[in-house]
Design a protein around this ligand. Sequence first.
Ligand SMILES: Cc1ncc(COP(=O)(O)O)c(C=O)c1O
Length: 469
Amino acid sequence: MSFLADSEVVTRALAAYCQESVAGQGRVINQEPLEQIIEKLDLNRYARDGGLTGPELAAFLDRYLTFTTRLHHPAYMAHQVAVPCPTAALGSLIDGLTNNAMAIYEMGPGAASIEFWVLNWMLQKVGWQPAAFDRQKRARDPSYAGGVLTHGGSLANLTAMLAARHRAVPDVWAHGIPQNLVLLAPAGAHYSIARAAGILGLGQNAVRHLEVDALGRIIPEKLALTYDRIRQEDKRPMALVASACSTAVGIYDPLEEIGEFCRQQHLWLHVDGAHGASALLSPKHQYRLKGIELADSLTWDAHKMLQTPVLCAALLVRDHRTLDQTFEQDASYLFHDKERPGVDFAHRTIECTKAGLGLKFFMVLGALGEAGLGAFVERQYELAEQAYEYIQRQPGFECAVQPQSNILCFRRAGDDDLQLRIRDRLNAQGSFYLSSTFFGGKRYLRMALMNPHTRLEDIQKLLVTIQSM
Ligand SMILES: Cc1ncc(COP(=O)(O)O)c(C=O)c1O
């Protein structure tokens, strides 16, 4: 078994796979039943006999790749999962082999330094003060922002809610939560927010829904009334969650007005920018996040719009101390005083063993450059706008809202079941892969245009395919 020879087998197969996918060859989705896949991959035999190397490895990978969902295929329009820049996959390989679980600096100084750098790069984009290198300086100065990379936006959102809870109830770690804490969020907030309320022990009913307009955006003028009403019930709002942008239809909340309200009330503002914070890289679209600097925390996923393989998400906080205080706890084998020329992230995260998540993203940034990534985000947002204009002109089709990002929801004239049937048939044919969502009381087909290889012609072909069904 030679690592070098086997890596060549793998990289050759992946390069061919990418080339075919980009050219639109192969099925974009191929969902055979689980038992059949297990059998066709011969999992039991390999587990019993070993030998997955050389020509066996090549044959296995060949079969395995036929059961993948081809994200690089231009007809992949379904979910907000990045179509990874191939260079970033090499980052995954490096991480896999070095396995530097870097929650404490000594377990991966290179990975920890990259995470620190990536967080500072993101903080600068938000308009917050990047953290100083020097630990003593950081500890003294509250003006530094900070953050941590997490395994996904859901975990980043949960971490943000923990930080907000800690600010509202500083002794929560010792005594638990008071029963009257609530969270304010629009009904369209990502489900990880309600889940966080459940995990925190607040219960999902503690998520109080804010009034929204027809696009699902929080109405800032209504905030004071809602807030006062909740206070009169003797409830204590611990945070307000805004979306940038929303999951279902990709619409941005008005962050500046919301931020000003939260500042007046000393209320923690968390912006869930898992998908849409990447618009900060586009000079043309960054205005959609105007006011972001007023937030206390921000979730920003690199594995959505930044061409980074799963998982790489950031939780950023305006005041770095808020995150450190959230997890003040003893674990003597990790948290004893020691000399370290870097930073330990273990103090800032739910996780103990933590993968070095920064390298994969850094490989994209290093390959495309900041301007290249910004141009990519802009291209995808413009494509959604062009698709919207095209679909609106087609008889028998309508869009849910004019897009503000690269998410576009549309439906064919007919009932909700028809939309689901269309999606099922496209999936079964393996010709196009869409998702679907419920918005404003109706079921829509949903495109998340993540793929730099998808063109307007592909969307036109999709509509012709749907029309012919
Ligand atoms: C707005 C928003 N927040 C959070 C998440 C969850 O992120 P993850 O899938 O990385 O856990 C999503 C996922 O689609 C999202 O759209």
